[in-house]
Design a protein around this ligand. Structure first.
Ligand code: ADP
Ligand code: MG
Length: 455
């Protein structure tokens, strides 16, 4: 069993200065990938990790030769890729099996496309089916198989053509947690076994755990537009155990890199406008956040992320926005790989429903400048009404329209839950709750006086 990467120095895939933009529906251009440089070496398993929409699939399709770059180049073993890349085979999330063909016929498809003769085809397909543990299911149809078995057919079909590089687009994301775990281990074994024809792989995933489990190297893609921001080496022995310190430490590192955009706001952004200087609001559901805090409390107030994910039946990655939200509100902190409830967090977890709303309102006002500003503007308005676009305009100054929209949606949901404001979706207006309105009037008049007094 090899313990570290089997990579050599030979570059198999080389991407240089790749840019890609698509035409947007309104006639403009949508930049998706920018300045991508990446090299995959022989014998290496590389993971491309990024949030949904960061351009992972698009990058993979360039490497497969299915898309042409807007600028930049892709090379396979020194030769430019100008059409379907002959050195690669692709494994998809959706299995992409032909329902009217048997397992064996599905596995034979790729060989058929390569012009392999029927007898040799049959033999190689059977060997492939055997290799992925589906002996006995040669004549079954896809609908007779479980999701895990279908993806094994996918493995067999991709590997039987002995591609130099296996390209995988979120191949485990349609499977349940346990099946995914099993199949990841099996895939690593197939790729690293002595004599395997396919030893190089590029995996696209939005799962941190999957990347740490499988890869020798993780490239983290930022969003809007996609650029490779960080490279992490995974020098952990195989087979890898997620319960080890090394594994957990790397999971934490990757987590920080993936969510670390907040530290990288350009310094030129004004610091006077709290909306511009604020960290982005994690897109988290208040109910789920409450569930997370309750679980944490029931476990004595501290737990490592993988166990928490297990207990809640979440992928670690789906937990991320919730963990971020808990941190933003000072309800929890990450220390030495553990998520720990703070005193404030534990107060919230133990409170009844109405008290929770009050506590949540206080936490939001203290820690979320966006919501605090929305509330201040509402109170200062005098009328207790604030058109949504006044907020979006200020947000748009520091991030894309789509990102602003999402920020605002989250802020509205949190603010409504906290009863800091109401929202009229038809007119897109924020409203001060009736009971606060009188106070707002006072504040508005006070503000008017202050302005009038100024010389
Ligand atoms: P990921 O795989 O990381 O989720 P994708 O590569 O699928 O991301 O997509 C990245 C962005 O590019 C998305 O905003 C998506 O809508 C856009 N996009 C992808 N393919 C096309 C296309 N053919 N035409 C227009 N936009 C596209
Ligand atoms: Mg994708």
């Amino acid at each position: 069993m090899h313990t570290t990467s089997a990579a050599t120095d030979t570059a198999v895939i080389t991407v240089r200065g790749l840019h890609k933009h698509f035409a947007s529906p309104d006639g403009g251009v949508l930049p998706v990938l920018q300045d991508i440089d990446l090299t995959v070496r022989e014998g290496e398993i590389v993971a491309l990790l990024g949030k949904s929409g960061s351009g992972k699939s698009t990058l993979l399709r360039h490497i497969a030769g299915l898309l042409a770059p807007s600028a930049g180049t892709v090379h396979y073993r020194g030769r430019p890729v100008n059409g379907p890349n002959p050195g690669t085979a692709m494994l998809f999330q959706s299995f992409a099996l032909m329902p009217w063909l048997t397992v064996q016929q599905n596995v034979e498809l790729g060989l058929q496309a390569q012009g392999v003769e029927p007898l040799a085809r049959r033999e190689r397909a059977l060997a492939g089916i055997d290799m992925v543990g589906l002996d006995g299911f040669e004549n079954a149809y896809p609908k007779e198989l479980s999701g895990g078995m279908r993806q094994r057919v996918g493995f067999a079909r991709a590997l039987v053509v002995e591609p130099d590089v296996l390209l995988m687009d979120e191949p485990f994301s349609a499977l349940d947690v346990l099946t995914a775990q099993t199949l990841r281990n099996e895939l690593t074994e197939l790729l690293t076994r002595p004599g395997s024809a396919t030893r190089t792989a590029l995996l696209v995933t939005h799962s941190i755990e999957e990347a740490v489990q499988l890869a020798d190297r993780i490239l983290i893609l930022g969003t809007d537009p996609g650029t490779i921001e960080v490279e992490l080496r995974v020098d952990l022995p195989r087979p890898r155990n997620r319960r080890t310190r090394g594994f957990e430490a790397l999971t934490e590192d990757a987590y920080e890199c993936l969510t670390g955009e907040r530290a990288e706001l350009p310094p030129t952004l004004g610091t006077h406008d709290p909306l511009r200087a604020a960290a982005p609001l994690p897109h988290a559901d208040v109910e789920q956040l409450t569930g997370l805090l309750e679980e944490l409390d029931s476990r004595g107030g501290s737990v490592d992320l993988p166990s928490l994910a297990d207990a809640l039946n979440y992928a670690v990655d789906d937990l991320m926005p919730l963990v971020e939200a808990a941190e933003t509100l000072a309800y929890a902190r990450i220390r030495a790989g553990e998520l720990r409830l703070t005193t404030t967090g534990s107060g919230f977890a133990c409170a009844d429903i109405l008290t929770r709303k009050r506590l949540f309102a206080a936490a939001v006002l203290a820690n979320v400048p966006l919501i605090a500003t929305m509330r201040t503007l509402l109170i200062a308005s005098g009328s207790g009404r604030l058109r949504e676009h006044h907020v979006t305009e200020r947000l748009c100054a520091s991030s894309s329209e789509r990102a602003s929209r999402q920020q605002l949606n989250t802020a509205i949901t949190w603010g409504r839950y906290a009863e800091l404001f109401e929202y009229d979706a038809r007119d897109r207006v924020l409203l001060l709750p009736r009971e606060d309105h009188a106070a707002g009037h006072e504040a508005g008049r006070a503000a008017g006086h202050a302005a009038g007094d100024e010389r």
